[in-house]
Design a protein around this ligand. Structure first.
Ligand code: FMN
Length: 368
């Protein structure tokens, strides 16, 4: 246990409240915001909140194993830090701080190509399982250079985010006139991202698909059709995501899309998911419905914003406690025992929103 923060933060709600107090308005809106009406943001929570548990009892849950498997490696939890582009706006050290937190706790980190301090310095910051996520801003040679650099610096997989053919309209940022540091300095070349097609996925697999290459993850899949195409291309993980509701507005919640993706992939690749995951119960729901790994986007940022690296570690500790409690109360001793029969559809009980997982927030001192 992380002694000082274990007393300061007993709940994730307190971590969120502390991050709210610490972060300036620009970075705060950047972190929590979504595209246009933020309907997709809310649907992510709505989809999670529309699932209830079917617990089984009298099954000896005196010992519970919360670990997960990530591309064949055992991890303390079946979660990873999802790629975040502007971490340096949220915590000093940016992605290097996130890497240290991930390593200290024992979960993988996916590094965004537009996050400071970059591929090499983040790798040097901590020894952890890491994946490199690329926004394509150049030609094939440019992409290949990033694959080689990632491989040379101990990244165990490579990820292409594919839900960013256009950069969306994030109205909180627009109204607040907040320009992300990475967008101010990013090299031109977003036309390469808009021009991507399955041809580039095929090219990657042909060139880097052997044992000297890196497994490929496609992040931003939202339909069974695209999941099937990704699996046909031999990708190692199909990552169900709508970018935390920050790209296409009026999409489905990720957890609504997950079951159809799992069915379409049919065991040919791992299925990962993110979007609105804030609680241990959320993670358990995803694993029950066939996801192997859950990406956490805003939650780790809130931990970092609350108290830096120890804040991130503390958020993950609380998440682990919530997961252990949930598994035990469901009557299972590990994720391997979870099945779709442990969950069922149910009407949500609260208005969905980016913070609807934290209903007491408005009641904590210092909240807004
Ligand atoms: C502040 C912020 C920056 C993000 N930057 C990236 C990025 O650079 N690359 C990427 O693939 N996804 C990015 N995402 C999306 C996340 O990787 C993830 O898909 C999403 O946050 C999951 O939803 P959640 O925040 O509700 O957990 C970003 C999300 C946030 C909140």
């Amino acid at each position: 246990m992380n002694a000082p923060l274990a007393e300061e933060f007993l709940t994730l709600q307190e971590i969120v409240a502390a991050a709210r107090r610490n972060l300036a308005p620009g970075p705060w809106s950047y972190l929590i915001g979504g595209a246009e009406t933020e309907t997709t943001v809310r649907r992510n929570r709505m989809a999670l909140d529309s699932i209830a548990f079917r617990p089984r009892v009298l099954r000896d849950v005196s010992r519970i194993d919360c670990s997960g498997s990530f591309l064949g490696k055992r991890m303390r939890l079946p979660v990873m830090l999802a790629p975040i582009g502007g971490l340096e706006s949220i915590v000093e050290g940016g992605a290097a701080a996130a890497a240290r937190g991930a390593a200290q706790f024992g979960v993988p980190q996916m590094l965004s190509s537009v996050c400071k301090p970059g591929l090499e310095a983040t790798a040097a910051a901590a020894e952890t399982v890491r994946v490199f996520q690329l926004y394509v801003r150049g030609d094939d040679a440019w992409v290949d250079d990033h694959v080689k650099r990632a491989r040379d610096h101990g990244y165990t997989a490579f990820c292409l985010t594919v839900d960013v053919a256009m950069y969306s309209r994030r109205e909180r940022d627009l109204i607040g006139r907040f320009v992300k540091p990475w967008r101010a300095t990013a090299p031109a070349g977003s036309n390469y991202q808009s021009g991507l097609s399955w041809d580039q996925v095929k090219r990657y697999k042909d060139k880097f698909g052997d044992k000297h290459g890196l497994p490929l993850i496609i992040k931003g899949i939202a339909t069974a059709e695209d999941a099937a195409i990704a699996a046909q291309h031999g990708v190692e993980a199909v990552y169900v995501s709508n970018h935390g509701g920050r790209q296409l507005d009026h999409g489905l919640g990720s957890m609504t899309a997950l079951p159809q993706v799992v069915a379409a992939v049919a065991g040919r690749a791992e299925v990962w998911v993110d979007g609105g995951f804030m609680r241990g119960t959320d993670v358990v729901k995803a694993l029950a419905l066939g996801a192997r790994t859950v990406g956490l986007g805003r939650l780790p940022c809130l931990g970092l914003g609350a108290a830096g690296v120890p804040g991130l570690v503390r958020a993950l500790e609380i998440l682990e406690d919530e997961i252990r409690t949930c598994l035990g109360l469901l009557g299972v001793t590990s994720f391997a025992e979870l099945t779709p029969q442990h969950v069922t559809a149910a009407p949500p009980v609260s208005e969905p929103g980016v913070f609807s997982a934290f209903p007491l927030l408005g009641e904590s001192p210092g909240d807004q």
